[in-house]
Design a protein around this ligand. Structure first.
Ligand code: IMP
Ligand code: MG
Length: 184
């Protein structure tokens, strides 16, 4: 468990409201999801784990090590653009996966599903590439999205409706490196 001194050192002195998910909780949950994904696909078919950057980078790294079957890993990055910091609804792929999706079982990995805007734009773009199947795995799900073109088959935790940081999640690019998830 992270001691208060440890938390303060990592956060540059900023206080967290509370630690919502400890490193141990995250590790145990990912081990379970890894077992489920291992059993979900025929062993002789191609599986591609596709992480949505940047937020999923730690989750993907830990998740794939809990999946006991052959697979490939790639990443894509989506960016919202438009005025202001509020999600404009316009999303484009900044880094398109170079991997061919056609005929593969694709597992899109997200850090957190909030409004669902990002996913609702990215999923159709991926479907155009003809994957054999497309499933979604999210570490956190706030369960506030009005409609999702594809809901998550695997969810780590139903998250509180608070602003969370750590384990890949940022606030102005800070705090991605925390081994736990905290509410600011
Ligand atoms: P959505 O498009 O509203 O579902 O938001 C998706 C993206 O917003 C996530 O992939 C995160 O990068 C970011 N995001 C949403 N909620 C949080 C949060 O509580 N903490 C940090 N980032 C968040
Ligand atoms: Mg962010």
């Amino acid at each position: 468990m992270a001691t208060p001194e440890d938390v303060r050192a990592r956060m540059g002195g900023r206080e967290v409201r509370r630690i919502v998910y400890t490193a141990e909780m995250i590790r145990d949950r990912i081990a379970q999801i890894g077992r489920e994904i291992t059993e979900a696909y025929p062993y002789d078919e191609d599986v591609l784990v596709l992480g949505l950057l940047k937020g999923s980078f730690i989750f993907v790294a830990d998740l794939v090590r809990q999946i006991r079957r052959p697979l490939h890993v790639d990443f894509l990055m989506a960016a919202s653009y438009g005025a202001g910091t509020v999600t404009s609804g316009h999303v484009r792929l900044v880094h398109c996966p170079e991997t061919d999706l056609a005929g593969r079982h694709v597992i899109l990995v997200e850090d957190i599903i909030d409004s669902g805007t990002t996913l609702n734009k990215v999923v159709p773009l991926l479907r155009e590439r003809g994957p054999k199947s497309l499933e979604l795995c999210a570490l956190l799900h706030k369960r506030i999205a009005a409609s999702l073109v594809l809901d998550a088959r695997w969810v780590g935790f139903d998250a509180p409706r608070e602003f969370l940081v750590g384990y890949g999640l940022d606030h102005g690019e800070d705090y991605r490196h925390l081994p736990f998830i905290a509410s600011l």
